[in-house]
Ligand binder design. Structure first.
Ligand SMILES: [Zn+2]
Length: 245
């Protein structure tokens, strides 16, 4: 089998489509079993299906070392040298390696689209030329500054309690499987991770991504504007489902 990242013939590992640290939280909060979107029936699949043979050992290690470990520390506010300042309508990070975060987020969308499992591949899909470009960017650690697509980052906020848990606590740990919004053959893709929402859309699309802050692929400063949790329909649907169980 050939590795989907370096394309070399190799024995493939059981790769996580979404990094394990995130999956653990999805399993904990029960969001794994129920992700819905406007077009599909709610998808119920076993939590065993979050990995599949995709990458060789070297590429697995590369993804984890180069992107995942940094992104997780950044999202948790634990990366040394990154400062978060909270304003009335946004949180601003400085001292961050945006290239790593950008490519990490791209890799999550790319892996989801690569997956043979419908729980991912029915949610995230790209034309082949973009899949090739993403693979090249991720493998070489280089983002395409002239890309026809845009990634956005938003910070989820919630001022209401959910049962015993405060909105703030809920939001901080919230991780979901990627989902999409579709209209007139356009799609935007979204991923909720540790209180942030990442949105992918093609620039010029009529479909507005969630949030207004652009995640650039270079530099060290980024603002994530606040998005109220209750304004994101897909999250509310999942929370309602869990609540009803
Ligand atoms: Zn490889």
């Amino acid at each position: 089998m050939n590795c989907k990242l370096c394309l070399k013939e190799s024995e493939l590992r059981n790769s996580h489509i979404i990094p394990n640290a995130f999956i653990r939280r999805i399993k904990q909060n029960g969001l794994a079993t129920h992700v819905s979107s406007d077009l599909d029936e709610p998808v119920r699949e076993s939590i065993e299906s979050f990995h599949e043979k995709m990458f060789c050992g070297d590429c697995e290690q590369f993804l984890s070392r180069e992107y995942e470990s940094y992104a997780i520390r950044f999202l948790k506010g634990q990366e040394k040298g990154v400062k978060f300042i909270r304003y009335k309508d946004k949180v601003r990070a400085s001292g961050a390696n945006l290239r790593k975060i950008y490519l990490f987020v791209l890799s999550v969308f790319w892996r989801s689209a690569l997956s043979s499992q419908s729980i991912f591949s029915h949610k995230v899909f790209f034309p082949e030329y973009l899949m090739d470009e993403f693979r090249y960017c991720i493998l070489n650690g280089k983002a395409n500054h002239n890309s026809p697509y845009v990634l956005k980052i938003s910070r989820l906020v919630c001022n209401h309690d959910f049962g015993d848990i405060t909105g703030e606590e809920l939001v901080k740990d919230l991780v979901m499987l990627p989902f999409h919004r579709i209209s007139d053959e356009e799609a935007s893709f979204h991923w909720v991770a540790l209180g942030f929402i990442f949105s992918f859309s093609v620039s010029g699309s009529k479909l507005k991504p969630i949030g207004s802050s652009v995640l650039r692929s270079h530099g060290s400063k980024v603002s994530a504007h606040f998005v109220e949790l209750r304004d994101v329909r897909e999250i509310m649907e999942v929370l309602d489902t869990i609540h009803q169980r």
